[in-house]
Design a protein around this ligand. Structure first.
Ligand SMILES: NC(=O)c1ccc[n+]([C@@H]2O[C@H](COP(=O)([O-])OP(=O)(O)OC[C@H]3O[C@@H](n4cnc5c(N)ncnc54)[C@H](OP(=O)(O)O)[C@@H]3O)[C@@H](O)[C@H]2O)c1
Length: 162
């Protein structure tokens, strides 16, 4: 199963295992759904850009997205689906590694949007609908994920409502 989710404590409520940085949110989901094979994907791109940036396989401006998971077969299936949907994938590791694509990391949302205006969540999502987006090639996704520095999950904040 795909885990598209991100942990924002102010929106989702506090989860002690995540606040203690014992587990990533996807690893917690996997623990709670032991019969599922969890693959984290789609969490770092806004929905409209998933459509506007889709290209056929081999296109020179093909976009790429990170995936993470503990099951190699499930990751291969996930990559196959993403390919059909028009995107390359970059395997960034296990569910324990999946913090590398979470909020406040370099590969999270911004590279696919360029300059982002300061807006509250609702206005931000509205703004993304009028924005074509920027394709991020696989090599760049790999570099951005590699450059990530882990921050406390408890500190993730939604865009300001001011
Ligand atoms: N929107 C984006 O741009 C975007 C991009 C990447 C990742 N994400 C991540 O994807 C996740 C979902 O975001 P979204 O924008 O799709 O949110 P959303 O439109 O608010 O949808 C959330 C869905 O989860 C369901 N839900 C909420 N609490 C639940 C519970 N306790 N048990 C079962 N179902 C529950 C809701 O059901 P009801 O309708 O019945 O309330 C709703 O269908 C978030 O973690 C978000 O950070 C979002």
């Amino acid at each position: 199963m795909f885990d598209t989710a991100n942990y924002y404590p102010e929106r989702d409520g506090r989860l002690p295992e995540l606040d203690a940085d014992e587990l990533t949110s996807s690893a917690l989901l996997q623990r709670r759904l032991p019969r599922s094979r969890v693959v984290k994907a789609f969490n770092n791109i806004t929905p409209h850009q998933l459509v506007t940036l889709a290209r056929p396989a081999g296109a020179p401006d093909r976009n790429a997205l990170p995936i993470a998971g503990d099951d190699a077969d499930a990751k291969a299936e996930a990559a196959g689906l993403l390919d059909v949907l028009g995107h390359d994938t970059v395997d960034i590791g296990t569910l324990a590694d999946s913090w590398r694509s979470e909020p406040d990391t370099p590969v999270y949302i911004r590279p696919y949007l360029g300059e982002v205006p300061a807006l509250n969540v609702e206005d931000f999502l509205r703004w993304t609908i009028g924005t074509p987006g920027i394709a991020v090639p696989a090599a760049r996704v790999g570099e951005l994920a590699e450059a990530a520095v882990r921050r406390p999950a408890s500190e993730a904040r939604l865009p300001s409502r001011d």
